[in-house]
Design a protein around this ligand. Sequence first.
Ligand SMILES: Cc1cc2nc3c(=O)[nH]c(=O)nc-3n(C[C@H](O)[C@H](O)[C@H](O)COP(=O)(O)O)c2cc1C
Length: 434
Amino acid sequence: MEGKEEVAEKSDQMATTIPLLTPYKMGNFQLSHRVVLAPLTRNRSYGNLPQPHAILYYSQRASEGGLLITEATGVSDTAQGYPETPGIWTKEQVEAWKPIVQGVHEKGGIFFCQIWHVGRVSTYDFQPNGQAPISCTDKGCTPGLYGVDWPSPRRLSVDEIPHVINDFRLAARNAIEAGFDGVEIHGANGYLIDQFMKDQSNDRTDEYGGSVEKRCRFALEVVKAVAEEVGVHRVGMRLSPFADYMETGDSNPEALSLFMAESLNKYGILYLHVIEPRMKDDGNKAIDENRADLVAFGRLFLANPDLPKRFAVNAPLNKYNRDTFYIPDPVVGYTDYPFLISYSSLILYFTLIKSHLHLKRLIFLVEYSFKKFDSSIFPQKMERNEEGEEVAEKSSQMATTIPLLSPFKMGTFQLSHRVSDLLEKQIKLSWMKL
Ligand SMILES: Cc1cc2nc3c(=O)[nH]c(=O)nc-3n(C[C@H](O)[C@H](O)[C@H](O)COP(=O)(O)O)c2cc1C
């Protein structure tokens, strides 16, 4: 009887709990929810140096017990293939990361640095002294792919490979020195490690090519070196076995996935971050069905700095603007996506109005709006974006859905919103602070 009651209570809890927002213990890290910021290249690190505007960007997305992963960060001067992407191989870069990491830690976030080498996904312009990019192969991507005239890479000799592995090791050490909680080795999306792993790009006949074991050797040597340097408990790895981005596909992704998962298990690294083909559900199902412990969100987190909070109140989501993903602007499309106004700040404004202002009519309006806000939290109309995903309709987004910010005709006066100027300023201020 007692047992039955317990079960009933548990299932009651389940029904009211959002799986993505349940806590998770990841090694030594106590995560308060499972909504992870996916690594996102933003091309705003001028001269490969992380910039002060990244302090605001990352801290906006940080939450108490939330895991953030940085944009892909170069391990050496041959690792770059895109403009204004950050590095972590020089002292100056390490120093530049420090305040960014500090900003995330001040908000209680857990911060991992994604370390990468692009391999052949580069051009002479990005390489020291205009050299050819390096790879496991001398076969380049098809010139013209994504509009780039890809050069033939220089095939690394067996003797050179330990030097590249050492770059990953040093980058990991630097990341820990910068204050990061750990590193994520970027083994996905067609970059150097992926080039080695996949048989579409790896055409070697030595101990780093041929069988799955030999193709994965480079990846596992990087993992081993990094883990020895900073401890397995601080190492994650990202893989995309099923993807063929940048002409880096594999004829047997199942075998590759299994081999890598088993090998990484043996090492006992902290996590494996796998890129699935477009998720059909919202991530809750993946957690509920025990297919994943954590779910990383890319574009949604990019456009919604307070994504976990929005999931919590089922708020509409800001739409991302693809045109500003990769521009160098330090603000636009970077730190200017709006936050929700929190329920508690609305109560604060309401109290302020009551105690300090004697605008009876406005009080009535605010009270009225507040009730509306309370009952329906946020009206949410959905539409499909260019990629067929369901997102909040523009008209139901932030500015237009906050009743306090909707227009009102007061007699002959056309009010564009329902709060006094003073309060509006406060709202904006607190909006930035949330
Ligand atoms: C602007 C942008 C930059 C990205 N940069 C990286 C990156 O630096 N490293 C990485 O592993 N993946 C990168 N990705 C892939 C994302 O991490 C993620 O896997 C992808 O966006 C799919 O997830 P989503 O549907 O939640 O956006 C990037 C994606 C976007 C849209």
